[in-house]
Write a protein that binds this ligand. Structure first.
Ligand code: NAD
Ligand code: 6OD
Length: 486
């Protein structure tokens, strides 16, 4: 039986309590292995290893030395691509076609991109006049923040974990990662890659377990953790903020969304359909940036609904290795129960189910898996829970609109503020509407098109802070001003 152990100070270690829990594959419910659950003891050992490593060879490495090491890590992930791909697809059930284009390459690229961006960023310098006429020079100086706790989710496990670990390490910090209890495999495997590349012990550590009263809470409330970067649900973010307030530790939060897609009548319909099919259904709807509310300008409303339905009807559910399948299961039976409860609620709230709405019969081999039908609804009121709450499944609600002013108001009528997508061939309108979106990210005529040099993060209840490019510097480093009197 495979065991997923913690990775502490460069070694795989079991929980002293021997407490484990099951890792099951969402494709067919089969048992993949047993995950060790960290208690306070393991979390403490990991945090102390990370603290000590700051003073060891890692702390003495030059920026160039760190860049070289992180580039090696990226290369080694790519060399072991198939192992990462297999591990990620077994844990999540997602198609190989998706993970081999997005999850694994981006998982590697996150190390390369941030090592290079952060190495080349200047700091400020000011000359100050002084009464004696001799002046002073001020110079900004960045130092690592210290031990960074990384709490990551299950939807893009490797990508979203390295998106934090890459810049944290590039800035000279050490990390303790708590991956989602649903998806332990690729984070565990990364420990081996760190050792192969010569990353000093204690720089990258992993502890497994759950959130409240488990590894997540033990880690975020550990007093030697200097800052916490989190990706996950808004309500979890609130709990972590409370833990971080003790000792006044900094936080970076990337949380949930209920993202609008706005389709103007002057859009390129083919592109808008293709783009919305991706933004609402890729990764079985489990992307924080995904579109769950679609607003379509009335002249093209009927044709849009019809065409999107036709697109959904073509989606093929299947095993990760199935070359024609483009949709996997949800991540777990627990998550399927949640998504399915929204499918039932939609009907209770008066939705017209345009397509889907249920649990498919996948045949004996797969019926133990977390499969669900991709679903489109119309006809819900703007205050329906299905229109207001994040579902995180392969589903969207479509509603017509009549004017730019109306759709801006509808799109912004939410507690969330992560991403918006606008489809129009009128460039000026695209920018005008984008400027009025209360979100951290807006895509015009595209979706999830990423440039790692840019700022990424959410407004309102979708997050706090920005990462990406040089923006992560504010979180991952301490900016010290050194004033030299001349
Ligand atoms: P989640 O909040 O349930 O869990 C995320 C992580 O937090 C897991 O590792 C979990 O064990 C841990 N955790 C839970 N409770 C904790 C606690 N009290 N203390 C410390 N750690 C705790 O989220 P999820 O279900 O894994 O992921 C889906 C959610 O993540 C969705 O809401 C989605 O929108 C969001 N998400 C946001 C982004 C973004 O960039 N904004 C990206 C991906 C996912
Ligand atoms: O592309 C990224 O860097 C990123 N953080 C994506 C988040 C996707 C959410 O599911």
């Amino acid at each position: 039986m495979k065991e997923y152990k913690h990775f502490i100070n460069g070694k795989y270690v079991a929980s002293q309590s021997r407490k484990t829990f099951e890792n099951r594959c969402p494709v067919d419910g089969s048992l993949l292995g047993l995950i060790h659950e960290a208690g306070e003891l393991e979390v403490d050992a990991a945090v102390k290893a990370a603290k000590d490593a700051l003073k060891g060879p890692w702390g003495k490495l030059t920026q160039a030395g760190r860049t070289e090491l992180l580039n090696k890590v990226a290369e080694r992930i790519n060399e072991r691509f198939d192992e990462f791909l297999q591990a990620e697809c077994l844990d999540t059930g997602k198609p190989h076609s998706m993970a081999s284009h997005i999850d694994i390459p981006r998982g590697a690229a996150n190390f390369k991109a941030f090592a290079e961006t952060l190495a080349n960023h200047p700091t400020e310098s000011f000359r100050l006049d002084t009464p004696d006429g001799k002046g002073a020079v001020n110079a900004g100086h960045r130092t690592p923040k210290g031990v960074i706790a990384v709490i990551s989710p299950w939807n893009l496990p490797l990508l979203l974990m390295t998106w934090k670990v890459g810049p944290a390490m590039a800035c000279g910090n050490t990390v303790v990662v708590k991956p989602s209890e649903e998806t332990p495999a690729t984070t565990t495997l990364l420990g081996d890659v760190m050792n192969e590349c010569g990353v000093p012990p204690g720089v990258f550590n992993v502890v497994h377990g759950f959130g409240a009263s488990s590894a997540g809470e033990f880690l975020t409330s550990h007093p030697l953790v200097d800052a916490i970067t989190f990706t996950g649900e808004t309500s979890t973010g609130e709990a972590i903020m409370k833990a971080a307030s003790v000792g006044l530790r900094n936080i970076s939060m990337e949380c949930g969304g209920k993202n609008p897609g706005i389709i103007f009548a002057d859009c390129d319909l083919e592109k808008a359909i293709e783009g919305t099919l991706r933004s609402a259904f890729v990764n079985c709807g489990q992307v924080c940036l995904g579109t769950e509310r679609v607003y379509v300008e009335r002249p093209i409303y009927d044709i849009f609904v019809q065409r999107l339905k036709e697109g959904v009807a073509q989606l093929k559910l299947g095993r990760p290795e199935d070359k024609v399948a483009n949709l996997g299961p949800l991540v777990s039976l627990k998550h399927r129960d949640k998504v399915h409860s929204y499918y039932q609620l939609a009907v209770e709230e008066g939705a017209t189910v345009e397509i889907g709405g249920g649990i498919p019969d996948m045949g004996d081999e797969l019926n133990e898996g977390a499969w669900i039908e991709p679903t489109i609804w119309t006809g819900l009121a703007d205050d329906a829970r299905v229109v207001r709450e994040e579902i995180f499944g392969p589903c969207c609600h479509i509603r017509p609109f009549d004017s730019e002013e109306e759709v801006i108001e509808l799109a912004n009528d939410t507690n969330y503020g992560l991403a918006a997508t606008i489809w129009t061939e009128n460039g000026a309108r695209g920018i005008r509407v984008a400027e009025q979106m209360e979100t951290g990210l807006v895509w015009i005529n595209s979706w999830f098109l990423r440039d790692l040099r840019t700022a990424f993060g959410g407004a309102k209840q979708s997050g706090i802070g920005r990462e990406g490019g040089v923006h992560g510097l504010e979180f991952y480093t301490e900016l010290k001003n050194i004033c030299i009197k001349l």
